[in-house]
Design a protein around this ligand. Structure first.
Ligand SMILES: Cc1ncc(COP(=O)(O)O)c(C=O)c1O
Length: 369
């Protein structure tokens, strides 16, 4: 793929002088990791990719082995939170291809997040090209087909120009690093325990809760820590205005299966539009679970048949219990995920690793460099 950018000279960050020299790590040199024991944590891989926006144009991007970012101390990302990020996954298929799941949707969402905090959005084609380039450079870290692990891709946008007044940066860094990961919750595909949070809000209805900006996660850390200290896996947030409707869980959207067999998921202006959830709504529809996206009152948890958290990292994590004030509902009394969560999980995973047909065109094969 050749994409020409307005300013195509390469910054002098690495020994590779042109894209023709770009490193590609072959599979036979696969990193010797314990693939089925991977957790969701940082692992150093070989390369990350960086593009800079300066003087009104993006450069051509460069791969580097440097894990650090030299940054001006007055950069807007450091003081005023002018940053956002994304998260998506790559998988190896049975025939050795590497595929990414719905990369165009992550590219679009990053544009939306950037616009919300007045950053220069990376063009969608540049985002996708960057994903492919960094995967090819780290091919030996793509977990083998059948291991259950995947390559997590973390695009990040930073306002790097100096400002002391509160205003947007004049310079931006778009970077992507990748790392092989196992399940987000150590439980894997096992029920987790949520507690409803009433004392801390994650995001305001007309704020930036629907953008993937770091401040939302910092705002949730106290709640998450407190939940863990009390023996729960994560929190379930309520809408900040009424404290009546379910928003989402810390790092994932929430869904439930009603007794009537419908897939229900909250509609709210303060939650992230999960690409996994959007995919599950489509799969649920195909399975006859007639999806409903609407405000979900917290009292409804006591009448659901099953519940789950969903996201790129969490995939589908079945919810075992939800504690709300002094009441607890248990969806998995035998400790096993319910049949609908299980069917949705299996279907989604089969599509992602290429074991099931992909009628919606969610999978893109990473073109060899
Ligand atoms: C707050 C929050 N909600 C939901 C999600 C799930 O979104 P997606 O399915 O696009 O990964 C994530 C993870 O990306 C998240 O951080």
């Amino acid at each position: 793929m050749t994409i020409k950018y307005i300013r195509d000279e390469e910054p002098n960050l690495t020994p590779w002088e042109s894209r023709d020299d770009e490193p590609i790590n072959a599979t036979d040199d696969r990193a010797g990791l314990d693939w089925d024991q991977l957790a969701f944590g940082y692992i150093k891989t070989d390369f990350n990719i960086r593009y800079t926006w300066r003087d009104g144009a993006w450069d051509g991007g460069v791969l580097t082995a440097d894990e650090t970012i030299p940054i001006h101390m007055a950069a807007t990302c450091l003081h005023y939170g002018q940053q956002c990020f994304e998260g998506l996954k790559a998988f190896e298929t049975a025939n050795g291809d590497v595929t990414v799941f719905r990369v165009e949707e992550n590219a679009k969402r990053m544009v939306r997040s950037c616009k919300k905090v007045l950053m220069e959005p990376p063009p969608e084609d540049m985002f996708i090209e960057a994903v492919y380039r960094v995967i090819n450079a780290n091919r030996r870290f793509v977990p083998p087909y059948g291991s259950g692990a995947s390559l997590y891709i973390r695009p990040l946008m930073l306002g790097v120009g100096p400002q002391v007044g509160v205003k947007p940066s004049t310079e931006y860094l778009f970077t992507i690093f990748v790392l092989p990961v196992g399940p987000y919750f150590k439980e894997g595909f096992k029920p987790v325990d949520l507690v409803v949070e009433e004392l801390i809000d994650r995001a305001a209805p007309l704020g930036v809760g629907d953008a993937k900006v770091g401040g939302n996660y910092a705002a949730g850390m106290r709640a998450s820590l407190s939940a863990k200290q009390r023996g729960y896996t994560e929190v379930l947030y309520l809408d900040a205005k009424h404290k009546r409707f379910i928003d989402e869980s810390g790092p994932a959207n929430f869904f439930a299966i009603t007794r009537e067999g419908r897939y229900v998921t909250p509609k709210s202006t303060s939650i992230l539009a999960s690409i996994t959830n959007d995919s599950l709504c489509i799969l649920a529809d195909e399975m006859g679970l007639r999806p409903e996206r609407r405000p979900v009152a917290i009292e409804e948890i006591f009448s659901f048949q099953e519940a789950g958290c969903c996201g790129t990292a969490a995939v589908i994590t079945p919810v075992g219990t939800i504690t709300y004030r002094d009441r607890e509902i248990n969806y998995c009394p035998d400790g096993e995920p319910g049949p609908h969560c299980t069917a949705l999980y299996r279907k989604l995973q089969a599509i992602q690793v290429g074991d099931a047909p992909d009628p919606h065109g969610w999978i893109s094969k990473v073109p060899p460099a």
